[in-house]
Design a protein around this ligand. Sequence first.
Ligand code: NAI
Ligand code: OAA
Length: 310
Amino acid sequence: MDKKVTVVGAGNVGATAAQRLAEKALCDVVLIDIVEGVPQGKALDLTQASAIEKHDAQIIGSNSYEESANSDVVIITAGIPRKPGMSRDDLISTNAGIMKNVTEQIVKYSPDATLIIVSNPLDAMCHVAYEVSGFPKNRVIGMAGVLDSARFRAFIAMELNVSIENTHAFVLGGHGDTMVPLPRFSTVSGIPITELLSQERIDALCTRTANGGAEIVGLLKTGSAFYAPASSAVEMAKSILFDKKQILPCAAYLQGEYGFQDLFIGVPVKLGKGGVEEIIEIKLTDDEMAKLKKSAAAVEELKGVLAKLK
Ligand SMILES: NC(=O)C1=CN([C@@H]2O[C@H](COP(=O)(O)OP(=O)(O)OC[C@H]3O[C@@H](n4cnc5c(N)ncnc54)[C@H](O)[C@@H]3O)[C@@H](O)[C@H]2O)C=CC1
Ligand SMILES: O=C([O-])CC(=O)C(=O)O
């Protein structure tokens, strides 16, 4: 294939993302992990499945980065997931070290790649990858808003008993407890949900969305969600690889947009061959802006934790 994506971390999110990339025949895939045998075993298993799934994507597993050379996109999922009772922020010290190490290796072999960061705490990990890579801001992007919006869409479809295909939703802000679902911009066939649901029900769906990750951690007990996270990262990769210019909520590095400076946070962006090709600034109400500021303050706090870890 003429496109190549490396997925770092061959665990739940990484292996599922590799499967989706290959089975959608989007690109060749290199799957990397530190655990010996795991990326190789999963790559071989996926290759054997391709006989039945009918695609020609090459899938290679490795413990080193040579095979990743010249990737168009790199999805970084390496790191530990949380367990019940933990917040994503509790992962910061372990995952910051892993993110630094992985990013150093990636840039050595794929200096022109666009990075899609998945590891948590997401917005803080974007800061680590951005600083360590030295990449321009348009080529370091965090996956969170696509997932959080997919959750919101699922809850809207369940509530109204309509096709999830008809739903659209926007969740902005950091990927933590303070994320900001935006009902005004969340629609069913173009109709804002504010026209279709009571404020009380909307509030309930927003709360469930903000707790969407924790709800699944509570059910799984041994780790966190991975099917929808993998789908979300692949959706972003597809828009970049095929220059689709989709407008998706992603963590992007803001330099003045929405009034924030030097901060990764979820906002609507245009994703194409150039990575983040545009940050879309929508006019928010005072209440929405206050929520976004609160969410930004939580990310700022994590930036402070990162500075102390150095
Ligand atoms: N941004 C988001 O919306 C989401 C983020 N996540 C985060 O993604 C991360 C991965 O989650 P899962 O795949 O469920 O975890 P997992 O434990 O199944 O997989 C993580 C993999 O990373 C590998 N790894 C650890 N250190 C590494 C290193 N230095 N180099 C290469 N590989 C390394 C591990 O061996 C493991 O196979 C977690 O931090 C989780 O919190 C998960 C879901 C959604
Ligand atoms: O909840 C977690 O720890 C994993 C994650 O970010 C999500 O599923 O939204």
